[in-house]
Ligand binder design. Structure first.
Ligand code: ADP
Length: 343
């Protein structure tokens, strides 16, 4: 990667590092996009109906944990509709002027993709409302009593946006995604297995089926993680001159500290901290983050969704608590009160 500052609008290949890393594996056609069937069907109807009417698809918001395929859906919509896509992200838009310049530089029919839209600040969000609703940009000129607003007509465009924290997207903004707000679900093991098979083929790897199965079991039901594990197992197999099979995957992942259900060292540290420092919880997010020296957002976006999905912790209004499965997973005996809850 070059060290140059990312531009506010990024096109084509010049995306963030994470995206570039996964680029060769990113599905380029709907048939290659495995799973999320309901979302795919809804999108295809939306796109087809817009095409038949000769109009643009309406604005769409995707949400869900990282690596589930939100950005990929945006790329597929751009390909399907044959419309150019400009890519930017919430943190890259620092000032109202940044957004105004992005919007006024769109060509008619373009798609604008804003990743991490929850990180747009309030004053920038307010510029987006009329742009999304009526295709206008309201610019305030001057200050105080002499200030006046001029309205610029924008080229028609479709806004696609993604977020890992839908609760942090204000409801006025959410309600303006008239095409729909879609939640991406974790994948099934079978779906991840198919994704890994496809990736192995693209990377030209010889596997025996057992490698794909092992990766899918440990990949947190997340395509990006599965692809990452496949590449690390490939490296391990290459360096140790081993076949890429279940055993090699196991050894490669062990070296990365990934356990048999896909928990990373930071996941296990979180479980252990709740158990040892907070008597199993409930513990508030802020307190937990401080105890782990971790950002609250990292815990909420990266660790928790999978730990909750696996039933290892639960989130209650009073905070996070370890479940009986959580205790067992880190090799502790289940406290009496939780045993009673099980009966
Ligand atoms: P997000 O935007 O939700 O963080 P991405 O769309 O960047 O996730 O997906 C991460 C990577 O995972 C992609 O580059 C792609 O290789 C893979 N991927 C995601 N969803 C799918 C899918 N449904 N089928 C196949 N591969 C997928």
């Amino acid at each position: 990667m070059s060290s140059k500052k990312p531009s506010k609008v990024i096109e084509g290949q010049e995306e963030t590092e994470a995206l570039v890393l996964g680029e060769e594996l990113r599905p380029a056609r709907w048939e290659e996009y495995i799973g999320q069937e309901i979302i795919k069907e809804n999108l295809q109807i939306l796109l087809r109906a817009a095409k038949e009417r000769g109009g643009l698809p309406e604005h769409i918001l995707f949400y869900g944990p990282p690596g589930l395929g939100k950005t990929t859906l945006a790329h597929l919509i751009s390909k399907e509709t044959g419309r150019a896509m400009k890519i930017t992200s919430g943190p890259a838009i620092e000032k109202v002027g940044d957004l105004a310049s992005i919007l006024t530089n769109l060509a008619a029919g373009d798609i604008l993709f804003i990743d991490e839209i929850h990180r747009l600040n309030k004053s920038i969000e307010e510029v987006l409302y009329p742009a999304m609703e009526s295709g206008t940009l309201d610019i305030i000129i001057g200050k105080g009593p002499s200030a006046r607003t001029i309205q610029l007509e924008l080229p028609p465009f479709t806004l696609l946006a993604a977020t890992t924290r839908v609760a942090s997207v204000s409801s006025p903004l959410r309600s303006r995604f008239s095409g729909g707000v879609f939640r991406l679900e974790f994948y099934s093991e079978e779906e991840i297995e198919k994704i890994v098979k496809r990736s192995a083929k693209i990377l030209g790897l010889k596997t025996d089926g057992s490698a794909e199965r092992e990766i899918s079991k440990r990949s947190r039901f997340t395509p990006r993680t599965a692809n990452y594990f496949l590449k690390r197992a490939r490296d391990f197999a290459q360096v140790h001159k081993q076949d890429l099979d279940q055993e090699t995957v196991g050894r490669a992942l062990k070296l990365l500290g990934i356990d048999e259900v896909g928990l990373s060292p930071s996941d296990r540290r979180l479980l252990e901290t709740i158990a040892h420092k907070f008597s199993g919880g409930p513990v508030g997010l802020g307190t937990l983050a401080a105890a782990l020296s971790e950002e609250e957002a990292t815990i909420e976006e990266f660790n928790e969704p999978y730990l909750i999905q696996m039933g290892l912790i639960e989130r209650t209004p009073r905070g996070r608590s370890l479940t009986s499965h959580g205790y067992k997973h880190i090799g502790l005996s289940v406290p009496k009160n939780l045993q009673e809850k099980l009966l």
